[in-house]
Write a protein that binds this ligand. Sequence first.
Ligand code: SME
Length: 154
Amino acid sequence: MPDYTEVTGRITALCEGETDVIACMASIACELNQEFDHYDWVGFYRVTEPQLLKIGPYQGTHGCLTIPFDRGVCGAAAKTGTTQIVADVNSFPGHIACSTTTQSEIVVPVFGPDGQLFGVLDVDSNQPDAFCAEDAEALEAICAAVFGRPGMKP
Ligand code: SME
């Protein structure tokens, strides 16, 4: 089980006082990518219009630019408002493969201070079954600590 203590502390310190969502997303993607070797793609998709996600700051090979809520693991997280943990992406109906090396994935919905959906945090791994409930809890806590603060605007 990865230890999120130090990276969570760095992220909250980096984002303290910052209300620009893109700046915070870029910082989170950078820090998580640097921290965990099994994070092979990490980034955000933002809600830019109803039922549509557009790519935001990320680290890794190029990701698809737009994802409707009715497609992919990201769409499922956005539509349901719940974290998706996929042990084997090849068994997820409608998975969108931005890389042929991705084996497992976790996608966390990102909510603003009033509970509005800002987007999702997507993490891909080239290792099978790389994520568990503890990863979900830690990533949800990071997103709540940063994007749930008063004054955060998409
Ligand atoms: N795999 C995601 C698409 C985004 S790429 O992984 C960066 C999905 O199925 O929604």
